[in-house]
Design a protein around this ligand. Structure first.
Ligand SMILES: [Zn+2]
Ligand SMILES: [Zn+2]
Length: 438
């Protein structure tokens, strides 16, 4: 078949493609269902790592609060926290499954085509270079010739408006005729591949992160400004109080003055759905992510939220240095004195900075005071227990003291029996010695 020597295309033609369904990552589980389950697995896996550190008193020097504070300052038991988190995760999964039901099947096969589309855009941009340079008085054609003579052929081609006479390919037309067509240069395909595989996804993640941060900042702040949305602390266990608790929202999360990892999603179910589920869902939809990207995004958002409540300020935890929003930053928001500041969550703190809601006062003394108060309460409980207890053997008396200081259920009592008095004190915080020693 004769090859037509004349170039029949202005731009390199795009390749054809065939679409086929994307294979599941963990067959037979559909990817979009896996995207809903992975964040839950990540939530509990990371939470259990932190919980293991908590109960075994590892890395106490990096703790933001002492165990005495955990005992005395939180207004909710760990089991209530687990119950409400599981409820929120059920609601989140059901909402996700309802969305997945209407989801179109994802396909693969047009990636090479999409890369070529970006390469074409690059070529079109190059065509504007001579006129752009002419605007600032540069003769692009003359410059291109001198570049070509000095061996810089790629730069010469770009300056000449994307002209690469040596880059051609044969193309079969619909009529069956074979013609010569321009081809992409290797660098054009490499840059286009980078844009398609990395740059655009990075932009999508940044957009989704900005949407989630913005959504959560303003709703979170509104929940603190509006008395009804915030609600009141429930200090009794009466039925009326419980029912009241069901019509107030954000105060539930603030029953944790001393946050711990699996308390991250301890919220009123309505608040949890509105802030977390809807926030990340809108971020995912607006940024146009595919299911594989959503897996990363949902899971990373969850891991970040857990890390922000972990109660440790680790110098080597990359998540704590990735942005200024970390466990120490969010912990301030959980304190009674910092509750009207540091609303930003979970990624960046630009809204706090822009709108002047970032905590700027001293924190050292306030933290120290809270530690001392909690320790005093623990000590006081121990004195009362010692006074009330019959004088039996020393071992039995100590055992009794530790049971008495527990405000929680049997699980805590069991744990406390194993704990030494030093671990209650928290060695890095300089809290005065406990009378539990005596
Ligand atoms: Zn809050
Ligand atoms: Zn929180």
């Amino acid at each position: 078949m004769a090859v037509n020597s004349s170039i029949a295309f202005d731009l390199p033609p795009l390749p054809t493609y065939t679409l086929q369904p994307r294979e599941n990552l963990l067959d037979p589980l559909p990817d979009n269902v896996l995207a809903l389950l992975l964040p839950i697995v990540a939530y509990w896996a990371l939470s259990m790592v932190y919980h293991y550190l908590d109960v075994n008193d590892y890395f106490v020097e990096y703790r933001l609060h002492t165990p005495a504070e955990v005992l005395k300052r939180n207004r909710v038991t760990r089991w209530e926290v687990v119950r409400d988190v599981v409820l929120q995760q059920i609601i989140q999964t059901v909402a996700g499954l309802a969305f997945v039901y209407f989801d179109a099947e994802e396909t693969v096969g047009r990636e090479e085509y999409d890369v070529a589309v970006w390469a074409q855009r690059l070529r079109i941009f190059q065509k504007t270079i001579p006129s752009l340079l002419a605007l600032v008085g540069v003769d692009a054609v003359g410059l291109s010739k001198s570049m070509s003579q000095s061996g810089h052929t790629i730069l010469a081609g770009a300056l000449a408006g994307g002209s690469y006479p040596s880059a051609t390919q044969s193309q079969i037309l619909e009529s069956g005729a074979e013609v010569l067509a321009p081809a992409f240069m290797g660098w054009e395909l490499a840059v286009a591949g980078f844009i398609f595989w990395y740059f655009v996804p990075a932009l999508q993640f940044m957009l989704a992160i900005c949407i989630v941060d913005t959504w959560q900042y303003f709703l979170h702040r509104a929940m603190h400004l509006n008395r009804w949305l915030y609600g009141e602390f429930i200090r009794t266990l009466s039925l009326i109080s419980y029912l009241t608790a069901t019509v107030t929202f954000h105060s539930r999360h603030h029953r944790l003055y001393v946050p711990y990892a699996f308390g991250a999603l301890y919220n009123h179910p309505f608040e949890g759905f509105l802030l977390d589920t809807a926030g990340t869902g809108i971020g995912f939809l607006v940024s146009g992510m595919n299911t594989r990207q959503a897996m990363w995004f949902f899971t990373m958002s969850t891991i970040k939220t857990v890390d922000d409540h972990c109660g440790y300020e680790f110098p080597w935890d990359p998540l704590q240095h990735f942005t200024s929003n970390n466990a120490a930053y969010h912990d301030i928001h959980h304190q009674s004195w910092g509750i009207k500041s540091n609303f930003s969550q979970p990624f960046f703190i630009f809204w706090d900075r822009l709108l002047g809601t970032q905590w700027t006062g001293d924190i050292q003394q306030r933290y120290e005071r809270a530690r001392e108060n909690a320790q005093k309460q623990v000590d006081l409980d121990a004195i009362k227990a010692a006074e009330a207890a019959p004088a039996v053997t020393v071992t039995e008396e100590r055992e009794h003291e530790r049971v008495i200081v527990s405000p929680e259920g049997p699980a805590t009592r069991t744990r406390l029996r194993r704990k030494t008095v030093d671990s209650l004190k928290g060695p890095s915080h300089g809290v005065p010695g406990s009378v539990l020693h005596n």
